[in-house]
Design a protein around this ligand. Structure first.
Ligand SMILES: *Cc1c(COP(=O)(O)O)cnc(C)c1O
Length: 360
């Protein structure tokens, strides 16, 4: 080790899903949307003035903040935007999780939370989900420095009713509770309706999944004006110009097209329900996902084997080699055609194995 290395901040980074060069794959590994964004976005792209790229973007992100506030029928000062919800979440950890007491999040959840906690030196505890992967609200009624979890949870897809969220937020009025709603549009009810009642509640959402804009990196937080002010203070102390002007304009154009959003979200939900039925028929079981993915395991065949077999056939899904979940595949909902190709592959693979086994 070099002498100077002892003073380097060392982190074990988050590992995102693969983005392979090969475009001829069925990509069901990072929960992207299989459909393009609204045509409003295409129009906004055609209106980009390249001469304006000379200028810094609007540091207040006004055009996008306004569009989001309008969509949710809330005030501009209840909205904060950032470079994907990962940026918004990182900023929220930095701003709100500043106690000596541990923050709390489930043992099985978005694997970025412990990475940010380590990066920022925030103590944390991870209460275990129950055997059906549900949160026990009582685990979140112990002394803590803040709380975060996704609803629906990742990678399980399980949604907890708003009454559970409210129970936790109400009990923890002395800390900030962050609900990561990356997947809320696929069937759950958003906790946004609770923000006027609880000033310690922050909701984080993203354009990456339900709004087909993962490539533009747009995320946002919704909460009481005082929380949003604290977030902005931290942002301006870090980087005034987080979001680029193109992302701001395209994001605003995107969220204005409700019809396109409703249509594509419905298609994904329908495909998800069809996929659940097909997977169950060939021996898979899974929590009842309310997200754009299914977290499934097979009764006979190890998940890792299926993951590798699928990958060899250019079908990419996600596999987490972690305790309690290392026999599950997280399968993003693609188009009907993509899902049928995957299901047919699995069907054949499972059949071949059982024929071989019956011969032994
Ligand atoms: C995808 C995801 C995010 C991050 O999304 P961005 O692309 O950074 O907006 C955050 N939280 C959860 C639970 C996610 O699955």
């Amino acid at each position: 080790m070099n002498k100077w290395e002892k003073n380097v901040r060392k982190v074990v980074p988050y590992v995102p899903g693969e983005q392979p060069d090969n475009i001829n794959i069925i990509k069901l590994n990072t929960n992207e949307n299989p459909y393009p964004p609204s045509e409003n976005v295409l129009k906004a792209i055609s209106e980009i003035d390249y001469n304006n790229l000379r200028l810094y973007p609007d540091p207040t992100c006004n055009i996008l903040v306004k569009a989001i506030a309008e969509y949710y029928n809330i005030s501009d000062n209840q909205v904060f935007t950032g470079i994907g919800s990962d940026d918004v979440l990182a900023m929220a950890f930095l701003t709100f999780f500043n106690s000596d007491k541990p923050i709390l999040f489930p043992d099985i959840t978005y694997s970025f939370y412990d990475v940010w906690a380590e990066l920022f030196g925030i103590p944390y505890l991870t209460p275990e989900l129950d055997n059906n992967f549900f949160i026990n609200p009582e685990d979140y009624k112990k002394e803590n420095g803040g709380i975060i979890f996704p609803n629906p949870n990742a990678p399980t897809g399980l949604y907890q009713p708003l009454s559970t969220i409210e129970d936790i937020v109400k009990y923890n009025s002395d800390v900030i509770v962050i609900i990561d709603e990356a997947y809320i549009d696929f069937g759950g009810e958003s906790a946004i309706k609770l923000i006027d009642k609880y000033d310690n509640l922050l909701i984080v959402q993203t354009f990456s999944k339900s709004r087909s804009m993962a490539g533009m990196r747009i995320g946002f937080a919704i909460g009481s004006p005082i929380l949003i002010k604290y977030l902005n203070d931290a942002k301006y102390s870090f980087n005034s110009y987080t979001m680029n002007q193109t992302a701001l304009n395209l994001g605003a154009a995107c969220i204005k097209d409700k019809a396109h959003f409703n249509k594509t979200v419905k298609k994904i939900i329908d495909t998800r329900e069809m996929t659940k039925k097909q997977l169950a028929k060939i021996g898979f079981s899974f929590p009842d996902s309310m997200a754009n993915f299914i977290f499934a395991r097979h009764k006979d065949i190890p998940a890792k084997e299926l993951f590798l077999a699928l990958k060899q056939n250019n079908i990419f899904v996600r596999y987490f080699d972690k305790p309690r979940i290392n026999n599950f595949l997280r399968i993003t909902i693609g188009t009907d055609e993509e899902m049928n190709t995957m299901i047919n592959f699995l069907k054949n693979y499972i059949n071949k194995l059982s024929v071989r086994q019956s011969l032994i």
